[in-house]
Structure formats: structure tokens, C-alpha cells
Design a protein around this ligand. Structure first.
Ligand code: FAD
Length: 463
């Protein structure tokens, strides 16, 4: 067991901050979570998490990790009306305009709203005896030792205070889980450190989302991916309360209208009718709401040569992914496992060790989402030979998955972060992909051999 330390403070009580607090509670005597929003026990969308009004899929790996941190969470959510969904048998995937063949995979997804998921995780964290949640409280900056080598606390402003006076929460460790709009980089600069380098891919995503009454005989969910020819996409997910949530949109500013006719007509223009077929006769339960997501953004904390002790960033404040791929909550959960492993070796040099581990977690989903976005010629960014090759290979994966469920399963295991991407290139799967995508022999050889060399990074024998 690592030595216990006194007080950790976490900024943000969304999924990232809650997971971080859960892990820190194992090592610190006291953990305080500071959250700007006033929180109650309800499972309603809230201001600080506007994405809660939109479709939120939890990847299979994310569910598994959350279950490790919060045993029984899946059953608890199912007990509150969430659906347990086999991600291949009960879900329609349309990628590259092709519908994946359906079959049992054992990959479990949840038909649950983001507010319900977050509220149950929050209740679990709140029940931990050494965790306190200070809501209605704004984090405004850090305090540090005179030489700024160590962060010593967090400046906070309680929104409920009439005088609005600043106070300081002394802490051995401050974890910034305040999301993609984090002011952590500015806080570091004010202590004399450089801000982390930022990588961005402008995608200009414009989502519109609306809830409908769910027909119990209707689908558990469907995802329609954008194609090069038709850059619109969307998702329909079942949720507790016999609802479907539908999020549809386009890239580079192509936004779905919010009015009933416009929203429905936009759904009919997606690369597959799968969503439109469901909603055209369904009863809307809410108006449509919009979310604009300008860019995927990754802060490279692991590349900083100087960093104060006693401070970490976590979750979306490190990396915010294009939400189309549903990766953020799973990455936050996996960063929790990295933090737990790092803390098992104590808090010395924690920043360097944690950011390295977190970067290894972020690398794969970042490559997947950014690589997919760079398929579109007018999305700006560096297109590596590897990314181009992977995208060509994935087109064949989608073609093969139309008829071969084992290819679909291999694909879903990768995008659900259960398997590493190399598994999709394993000889047996690659052979099925090539057979299923029915390409001439000379192209089969070229793609599989080159792609495997590029992805696995090692000389792989030709099939
Ligand atoms: C439209 C959209 C759809 C998405 N869909 C999915 C999906 O399908 N699947 C998935 O896994 N992920 C999805 N995500 C990402 C997912 O929501 C995040 O990855 C996840 O919430 C973890 O983020 P976080 O906790 O680090 O930050 P956030 O969720 O952004 O939370 C930050 C928290 O910090 C609080 N806060 C901010 N500043 C301060 C401050 N100064 N003081 C105190 N508190 C502060 C906020 O109120 C908030 O509670 C989506 C994101 C968007 C934008």
C-alpha cells in the first residue's frame, strides 16, 4: 500500500473529476471536489456539462472500467431503466454507407442518458466517507511555494457568498478536471511555467439533438457515420424512461435545423435512412438543441520540460475528442487506472509519470478520431501515410463487415478500446477483410502488407 497523504483537491465534478476523486480517495485522507454548478440529486442536464443534452454513448471498455471503480453500477443503471445492449447484435452500425452484419459479441453497451450516468457516479463518489463535494464554487487559480516549484492549493470563489471573497483550499495535490475550457494553462503561466503545446484539428461539428418517445419494439440504437460523399452523420440511442435521443449533424458548419420539419428532413439526408425511418413517425418529447464543437484539442502536458509538483490535469482538460466517436468518458476512466497505478508508487514525480501514462491512453483514440476526420479533404491537418493507409483499410473493413460478423466484431472491439488497433490487422482478420472486400489479388497484397508494416511498426510477413 502506498503511504497515505493528506488532502487532494479536484476541480470539476463531471465524469473526469468524479473518477479522479474516486481514485484519490484510496490514497489521500481527504478529497475535496470543487464544482462551479450547484448540484442536486436529479439526473437533469446542467450548465457546466451542456453535452448532457446530446447523445452520449459509453464505449464497452469505459463501462468495464467504471464497473471496476463502482461495482454494481451497470445493474444500478439498468434498474433505473437503462438498457443493456449487445453492441453488435442490437445496434445498427452504418459505416462507409454499409450496414454491419449483426451478431452477438458480448460487447456490452448501455442505453443511458449522460445525466443519469453522471448522477449515479456522483452519488457513489459522494458516499465515500473521505470525499467532500463543494458545489456552487468556482476555481480561480493556484497557490504555490515561493519558488513556484510546488502547487500548495487552489483559489476558490463560493458563488453563494455575498461578498464573493476568494479563499484558498490548501492541498498536497490539485487535479484539474475542468474540461476542454480549462484555465489550467493560464494558471501555470501565472506561476512562470510555459503553457503546454496544443494540437488541434478543426472539424466544425454542429450537432442538433432531440428526444423522442421510444417504441419498445423499435431499435436499441443506430449510428450512421459520415462518408466522403455525404459528410452528415448521426446517432440514435435508447435511454431510460422509454426515450430515444437523436443527435444529427454535419462538419465544417453544416448544422441540422432545430425546427421539426427541418430536423426531420435533415435526418433523411444522412448516408443511411436508419435514423429517419425511426423518427419520422415517432413522438418528439423535446425541442431540438444545438451544440457546436469547433475542434478536437490535445494539450501535450507530457512534453513539458518543467512542471510544478502537486498538480495534474485530467480528462478533457488534457484531450477533448470529436464527440462523434464517443471516446471522452472512456478515456477519463482509463486515466483513472493510470492515476491509480502511479499513486501506488507514491506521489514523487507524479506529474511526469501520470502524463506519460495518460498520453499512452490518449494516443490511440486520438489517432482513431483525428485520422477519421482527416478523411475529409477540407479538414485541415497533417495527413500521414499511415493515416491514409489506415483509412483505405477501414473502407475494406466496413465492406467486409457487411457480410462477415467476425470482421465487424474485430472492428467494434478496437473502436470500443477493448483491443489495440493492430488486432484489426492480425493475419486471420486481415484475410477475412481482404476476402470480404473482394479486391483484386494485387491490391490485397499491397494493402495488407503495407498497412501492417505502418501500423504495427514492424516488418510483418505478407499474407
Ligand atoms: C456534444 C458532446 C457529445 C459527447 N458525447 C460523448 C459520448 O458519446 N461518449 C463519451 O464518452 N464522451 C462524449 N463526450 C465527451 C464527454 O462528455 C467528456 O469526455 C466527459 O464528460 C469527461 O470530461 P471532463 O469531466 O474531463 O470535463 P467536463 O465534462 O467538461 O466537465 C468539466 C466540469 O468542470 C466544471 N468546471 C469547469 N470550470 C470550473 C471551474 N473554474 N471551477 C469549478 N468547476 C469548473 C464544469 O461545471 C463541469 O462540471 C461528448 C462531448 C460533447 C461536447
Amino acid at each position: 500500500m502506498p503511504a497515505r497523504t493528506d488532502h487532494a483537491v479536484v476541480v470539476g465534478a463531471s465524469m473526469g473529476g468524479l473518477v479522479a476523486a474516486r481514485v484519490l480517495s484510496e490514497v489521500f485522507d481527504r478529497v475535496t471536489i470543487v464544482e462551479r454548478d450547484v448540484l442536486d440529486d436529479s439526473a437533469n442536464p446542467r450548465r457546466g456539462v451542456p453535452q448532457g443534452r446530446h447523445a452520449h454513448g459509453l464505449l464497452a471498455r469505459g463501462r468495464e472500467v467504471l464497473e471496476e471503480f463502482f461495482p454494481g453500477l451497470t445493474e444500478e443503471l439498468v434498474g433505473r431503466g437503462a438498457g443493456r445492449i449487445d453492441l453488435q447484435a442490437q445496434f445498427r452500425w452504418i459505416n462507409g454507407g454499409r450496414q454491419m452484419h449483426r451478431a452477438d459479441t458480448g460487447l456490452v453497451g448501455l442505453g443511458v442518458s449522460r445525466p443519469l450516468l453522471e448522477s449515479r457516479v456522483r452519488a457513489r463518489v459522494r458516499a465515500l466517507p473521505n470525499v467532500t463535494l463543494l458545489d456552487g464554487c468556482d476555481a480561480t487559480g493556484l497557490t504555490a511555494t515561493a519558488d513556484s516549484s510546488r502547487v500548495t492549493g487552489l483559489r476558490v470563489l463560493r458563488r453563494t457568498d455575498d461578498d464573493g471573497a476568494d479563499e484558498v483550499l490548501d492541498a498536497d495535490l490539485v487535479v484539474d478536471a475542468s474540461g476542454r475550457g480549462s484555465r489550467g494553462p493560464q494558471w501555470l503561466e501565472s506561476l512562470g511555467y510555459p503553457a503546454p503545446q496544443v494540437e488541434q484539428v478543426q472539424i466544425g461539428l454542429a450537432y442538433a439533438s432531440r428526444s423522442y418517445r421510444r417504441d419498445p419494439h423499435g431499435p436499441a440504437g443506430a449510428a450512421v457515420g459520415a462518408t466522403i460523399a455525404n459528410r452528415r452523420g448521426g446517432v440514435i440511442l435508447s435511454q431510460e424512461g422509454d426515450r430515444w435521443i437523436v443527435s444529427i449533424g454535419g462538419i465544417l458548419g453544416d448544422a441540422a435545423p432545430l425546427d421539426h420539419e427541418g430536423f426531420t428532413a435533415f435526418a433523411a439526408t444522412l448516408p443511411s435512412p436508419a435514423i429517419h425511418e425511426v423518427i419520422r413517425d415517432a413522438e418528439p418529447l423535446t425541442d431540438a438543441v444545438r451544440f457546436r464543437y469547433p475542434a478536437s484539442s490535445r494539450r501535450r502536458y507530457e512534453r513539458m520540460s518543467r512542471f510544478p509538483a502537486g498538480y495534474l490535469a485530467f480528462g478533457d482538460s488534457i484531450c477533448s475528442f470529436n464527440p462523434t466517436y464517443g471516446q471522452g468518458m472512456t478515456v477519463a476512466a482509463l486515466e483513472g487506472t493510470v492515476l491509480r497505478t502511479c499513486l501506488a508508487d507514491g506521489t514523487a514525480d507524479l506529474g511526469r509519470r501520470f502524463f506519460r501514462g495518460a498520453a499512452r491512453i490518449v494516443d490511440i483514440p486520438w489517432d482513431i478520431s483525428v485520422g477519421a476526420d482527416l478523411r475529409f479533404p477540407d479538414v485541415e491537418g497533417q495527413r500521414t501515410a499511415k493515416a491514409r493507409m489506415v483509412n483505405r483499410y477501414l473502407e475494406r473493413v466496413h465492406r467486409a463487415a457487411e457480410t462477415d460478423p467476425s470482421v465487424g466484431r474485430a472492428f467494434l472491439r478496437v473502436v470500443n478500446m477493448i483491443d489495440r488497433p493492430e488486432r484489426l490487422m492480425a493475419p486471420r482478420t486481415a484475410l477475412r477483410v481482404l476476402r470480404g472486400s473482394r479486391r483484386p489479388a494485387h491490391q490485397r497484397f499491397g494493402v495488407s502488407w503495407v498497412a501492417r508494416r505502418l501500423i504495427v511498426g514492424a516488418a510483418a510477413p505478407a499474407d
